[in-house]
Design a protein around this ligand. Structure first.
Ligand code: GLV
Ligand code: GLV
Length: 323
C-alpha cells in the first residue's frame, strides 16, 4: 500500500521526478506557487506519512496533531529549520530532513552581491539613471564604501558564513572578525579572529549576519547593537529577519547612526510595500532569494525528495537533521 505524502507547495521538477520514480508514495500537493492557507495545511496533512514543507510553513503541535500518528518524516526545502517545532517533533519520534551544503555557494554569492550593492549604492544608481538624476560625472556623487582595506565582521561563521568570508577576502579585506558560540579551527583559512560580539560590532566596517535563528539570536541586532556600530558601517542580513529589531534598524538608518543596510530577509515576509524601511534610500531589501539559482533550487528539490523517501522507508536520508 502506498504511503501518503503531502507537499505544501509546487516544488522544483527534479524533486517531483524522484518522488514518482520511487513508486512508494501517493503525493497530494498544494498545487500552487502561493503559500498554503493554514486550514488547507491542517486538512492536507491528515493521515500523511510524510510532509514536505517550506520555510514559510509553520510546523507546530497543531499541524503534527492534525497529521496524526502515521507521520514519520518532515522534509523541509531549506537549510533553516526555525519554522519547525523541534521539541514537538522529537517527542513524536518524527525524523527531519533539510538541505544544508547544497545552497551554501548560492547563498554566499547572493550575500556578497547584496553587500556590494548596498555599500556601493547600486539600486540608487540604477534609479538615478532611469529618472534623469544622472546629469554628469560628479566627483562627490553616489559615493559609498569599499571592501579593500576594510574590516568585515561575520556573525555566525558556519557553512554559509565561512563561504562568505572566503569570497570577501580576495577583495582585499584587512581583518576578518567573527563571533558565535565557539571559535572555529577552519577560520584560520581566512585569518578569522574570534572576538566577542561587542568587539565585532564596534570594529567592523561591514557586518554580515549569517547565524541561525535561535532564542539567543532573536532580536540580537537592536538599538544597543546599532549604537555600537561605526557611523560608516554597512549592515547585511541574509539569515532570518527576526534576528533584527526592524524598528531599531529604521532608527539607526534614518538618523545616520549607521551608513546602510542590505536585507535578504525581513519580518514579516513579504515585507508590506508601505513598510518604513522601504522609504529609505540607504536600505536595500531583497525578497529572500539567497539560494535562488536554477541549479541550486533543482538540487534542493531533489535532496528534499530523497530525504522524504528515506524517512518514509526507514532508510538513510542524505541530509537528516540530528537533534
Ligand atoms: C533559506 O533561507 C533556507 O533556510 O534555506
Ligand atoms: C572614472 O571613470 C575615471 O576615469 O576616473
Amino acid at each position: 500500500k502506498l504511503m501518503k505524502v503531502f507537499l505544501t507547495r509546487r516544488i522544483p521538477p527534479e524533486g517531483m521526478k524522484i518522488l514518482s520514480a520511487a513508486g512508494v508514495c501517493e503525493v497530494s500537493q498544494w498545487d500552487s506557487d502561493e503559500p498554503v492557507q493554514r486550514a488547507d495545511l491542517l486538512k492536507g496533512v491528515q493521515g500523511a506519512h510524510g510532509l514536505l514543507c517550506l520555510l514559510s510553513d509553520k510546523i507546530d503541535a497543531e499541524v503534527l496533531d492534525a497529521a496524526g500518528p502515521n507521520l514519520k518524516v518532515i522534509s523541509t526545502l531549506s537549510v533553516g529549520y526555525d519554522h519547525l517545532a523541534i521539541d514537538e517533533i522529537k517527542k513524536r519520534g518524527i525524523r527531519v530532513g533539510y538541505t544544508p551544503d547544497v545552497l551554501t555557494d548560492a547563498t554566499a554569492e547572493l550575500t556578497v552581491a547584496l553587500l556590494l550593492a548596498t555599500a556601493r549604492r547600486l539600486p540608487e544608481g540604477v534609479e538615478e539613471v532611469k529618472n534623469g538624476g544622472w546629469s554628469s560625472w560628479k566627483p562627490l556623487w553616489l559615493c559609498g564604501y569599499g571592501l579593500s582595506g576594510s574590516t568585515v565582521g561575520v556573525i555566525g561563521l558556519g557553512r554559509i558564513g565561512m563561504a562568505i568570508a572566503r569570497r570577501v577576502m580576495p577583495f582585499g579585506v584587512k581583518r576578518l572578525l567573527y563571533s558565535g558560540r565557539t571559535a572555529k579551527d577552519y577560520a584560520a583559512e581566512v585569518n578569522g579572529e574570534y572576538v566577542p560580539l561587542d568587539t565585532l560590532v564596534s570594529e567592523s566596517d561591514f557586518i554580515v549576519v549569517s547565524c541561525s535563528l535561535t532564542p539567543e539570536t532573536q532580536g540580537m541586532c537592536d538599538k544597543a547593537f546599532f549604537s555600537k556600530m561605526k557611523n560608516t558601517g554597512v549592515f547585511v542580513n541574509s539569515s532570518r529577519g527576526t534576528v533584527v529589531n526592524q524598528e531599531d534598524l529604521y532608527e539607526a538608518l534614518s538618523s545616520g547612526q549607521i551608513a546602510s543596510a542590505g536585507l535578504d530577509v525581513t519580518t514579516p515576509e513579504p515585507l508590506p510595500t508601505n513598510h518604513p524601511l522601504l522609504t529609505l534610500k540607504n536600505c536595500v531589501v531583497l525578497p529572500h532569494i539567497g539560494s535562488a539559482t536554477y541549479s541550486t533550487r533543482g538540487i534542493m528539490g531533489a535532496l528534499s525528495a530523497q530525504n522524504l523517501l528515506g524517512g518514509l522507508q526507514g532508510t538513510d536520508m542524505p541530509s537528516e537533521l540530528t537533534f
